[in-house]
Design a protein around this ligand. Structure first.
Ligand code: HEC
Ligand code: HEC
Ligand code: HEC
Ligand code: HEC
Length: 248
């Protein structure tokens, strides 16, 4: 490796200083209110929720936020916005009369939703299935994150209200270490201009948590493994069975 000359060293040092000196608050994130209204059509929430009765206890949603919402972005990609996962009632029923263990996440979700009485009321059987919120293994419900009185705002554990443009702080209130990593650029992704200290023609944008994770079902879905790339038969990394074929 060629040795660094003096000007390279200075440049590297300047870069390091610029990155370290970057105040966390200076990072620009996406305009989520626009996204919610442009694509989801679900903003402002108070258009519907202004005069609507709030049911603060967990329950299974039946109307508006029940089936996955479908929307298409500028690139023509279709997104599905489900509020959880469709789960079989039978799986949500823990052992009768017993308190579900922390590891039995489905039974915990069932217990939190009071699934047995929900079945009674709606005449459902264990073979039916229902949409439920899966984030947090049965410990979270809608109003842990959405403010009950003003649905256009998110709410932190300490009661502070946030706009949809600040949702990373909501996530960070439970996932503190991940927010710290995100702030310094270890977790997540930065798009746009690399150096926020220079010029403001192009912005440096930190992708928000919700641009990668669905806030209602944050785990990444498993992907279909694709076949291995085609390699040159005798090249480095060629599979031994291919070599055998070549020898024939
Ligand atoms: C088109 C009308 C409509 C819009 C827009 C709408 N909601 Fe709702 N929302 C409803 C209805 C109806 C229910 C009750 C649904 C049910 O029983 O299935 C509901 C239920 C909820 C609940 C469950 C708690 C409760 O009050 O019972 C939450 C949380 C919620 N909405 C959040 C939001 C948020 C956040 C937005 C904006 C991003 C939003 N809603 C936009 C109609 C709407
Ligand atoms: C862990 C926190 C959390 C919980 C729990 C939660 N939400 Fe959300 N929700 C969010 C955040 C954050 C957004 C903003 C997402 C974005 O910016 O794209 C959001 C967005 C929404 C939207 C706008 C459309 C969309 O999907 O982006 C609706 C409607 C909504 N939530 C309703 C609900 C309902 C109903 C429940 C309960 C079944 C619920 N939320 C539970 C955090 C939560
Ligand atoms: C009120 C606390 C709370 C808030 C707010 C919250 N989470 Fe979570 N989250 C949890 C809990 C609890 C778990 C489950 C941990 C487990 O099952 O081991 C979890 C799990 C996750 C997981 C891992 C899922 C998996 O199964 O691998 C991701 C990713 C995640 N949350 C992202 C987010 C994002 C993004 C936000 C903000 C929109 C957010 N969380 C807000 C409590 C929270
Ligand atoms: C550029 C996309 C991206 C952004 C932005 C992002 N994440 Fe992640 N996150 C990932 C990926 C990829 C994984 C690994 C998923 C896996 O292993 O299945 C992950 C894993 C996680 C996990 C589970 C593993 C762990 O480290 O605990 C949590 C919790 C989480 N992210 C929360 C957040 C929060 C909170 C934010 C915002 C402060 C955020 N993420 C921003 C892509 C992203």
């Amino acid at each position: 490796m060629p040795a660094m000359n003096r000007s390279h060293m200075t440049l590297a040092l300047l870069v390091a200083v610029a990155v370290c000196a970057l105040p966390a608050g200076a990072q620009v994130t996406a305009d989520r209110e626009a996204t919610l209204s442009d694509y989801h059509g679900y903003f402002p929430c108070m258009d519907c929720h202004g005069d609507q009765e709030t049911i603060a206890t967990p329950r299974i949603l039946e109307e508006e936020h029940f089936e996955p919402l479908e929307w298409e972005d500028d690139d023509g990609v279709t997104h599905l916005v489900p509020f959880g996962k469709k789960l079989a009632i039978g799986d949500l029923l823990g052992e009768e009369g017993s308190v579900p263990t922390p590891s039995d996440k489905l039974a915990r979700i069932g217990a939190r939703l009071n699934i047995a009485s929900y079945m009674d009321r709606n005449g459902l059987s264990p073979a039916d299935s229902v949409w439920t919120l899966v984030h947090g293994g049965g410990n979270l419900w809608c109003l842990d994150c959405h403010n009950a009185d003003d649905r256009d705002k998110l709410v932190m554990q300490n009661g502070d209200l946030l706009t949809f443009n600040q949702s990373q702080f909501l996530c960070g209130s439970c996932h503190g270490p991940v927010l710290e990593d995100w702030t310094v650029g270890i977790h997540g992704k930065t798009v746009g201009f690399w150096d926020p200290a220079v010029g403001d023609e192009e912005e440096t944008v930190r992708m928000m948590c919700v641009e990668c994770h669905d806030s209602h079902r944050p785990a990444f879905r498993s992907m279909m493994p694709m076949p291995a790339p085609v390699l040159r038969i005798d090249g480095p990394g060629a599979r031994s069975d291919h070599k055998k074929e070549a020898a024939h």
